[in-house]
Design a protein. Sequence first.
Lengths: 269, 256
Amino acid sequence: MALLQLHTFSKTLCSQTKIRVILPDGCKDESIPVLYLLHGGSGNSTAWLSNSSIERYAQAHRIAVVMPSAGPSRWLNMALGPAYGDFMVEELPSIMRRFFPQLTGEREQTYIGGLSMGGGGAMQLAIRYPEKYAAACVLSTSSVIPLEHLRTIKGYPPPPGGEGAPSLPQIHLGVDDPDELAGTEYDVLQQSIRNLEEGKRLPRIFHAVGTDDHGFEVGLALRSHFLGLENNPYRYAFYTEQASHTWEFWDKWIQVFLDSLTRPEKEES
Amino acid sequence: MAFIQMEFYSAMLTRHTEIAVILPESRQQESYPVLWLLHGACDNDSGWWRNTAVELYAEQHGVAVVMPSGDNSFYSNGPLGRYFDYVADELYDKLCTMMPLSRDRADHVVGGLSMGGHGAYKLGLMRPDRYAGIAVLSAGNFIDLGDPAPGSAFADINQKLFGTTDMSRLVGTEHDIVHLGDMAAQSGAELPELYVCCGTEDLAFGSAQQTYLHMTGKLGMSGQWHARPGKHDWAFWGMMIPEVMAWCAQVTGRSR
């Protein structure tokens, strides 16, 4: 087991950036599967390390875990900031393979997951770039266009620039209300159908959210959508229990997700 | 010598951020003078300690060094966070409480390279009550440098940060260092001492010199100007950091 902190320049972000990487032991020359694991709003690349036991789980599952930082973004190209979406899908995988050639370059062993805003990011990236990821682990997210009106808290956290500065949706997406982007490429539901129509290989979607989470209603709507698609083409699985928006929940369900990678037959929905 | 990397939640940035701090140990002090050392554009809190021997000279002079991460903010309050307030107040309060740092104005110098030099000017001139010294490497008034090339990364950054790529529109605003100098001089506050160095092959050389002359000539700031052969690169900043650190020790009254 090795825990690494990588400082490198990202051309896409036009900045130095920090990436935390867990490399499991005992992988020799074989290609190591990779989970890109995304932090939530106000987090950074240490969030998962500080608040969960991800390092231990990564070793047990012999999977590399790559934890980048997305600053104040939604893991997408920002209206008023850097292009984190392009960074995630285009630049980061090549950076990782350049420094750690043992990591897989195969879609079938490449996964993306995250909590809250990071869960939304994982979902968006997996649905928009289905050719990149074999599965997405979506935990407790309410960042799902066009379902954000179902959040049970109203509004968004205060603007990073202070009172009167552009709101978070403005910074992220250039709109006041993310659901205004319904029907665009940001619309996860529509994009998921477009992927089907275009005959793309689809990522498996693992989704867990607590019943007391402000994103629970969003989660139920997402579940109805994916389970409503004929033959469940995303092999979508939904899990819930009584829980709120906490690390105890994420620490538990990231383990279930990792288990599902090696025992996919145990999926339930 | 202690080298500390710290992560914490910043209310001014509304997210977790990272800093690096050098606390010298060779000379025991109850409270250390501090150099707030700012990175340039496209960099972060790791730039100075990865690319220079800043730790060695901090130890020699007994000056603590704080290296925050300013992203591509120009150390202004902007749409992605209140970076100015973060460095000037939030980080100051947090670190002066957590670590044995002096709270005397006389013990604080703000310095930086390129965009960080701009930030040093900005912090020092807008908060002359907080900083006794401003150390600028390879920077003048960046709006002198003209507009970024259309389609370049900086055109994108400037558009998102300032709402324009036309730098002439920033004249007379908080992004105009000469304007900030004029405001500070008019306020009657005691102005910080100034140290400016620039490589003679640096594209910012003319602006650096002109801005320095404005501050010391027209506004009467006490200062030092050092032109040296060099470019806009780490070789130059690595060469200059021992002098900058010695100057910090002198300004804060801690030189041997």
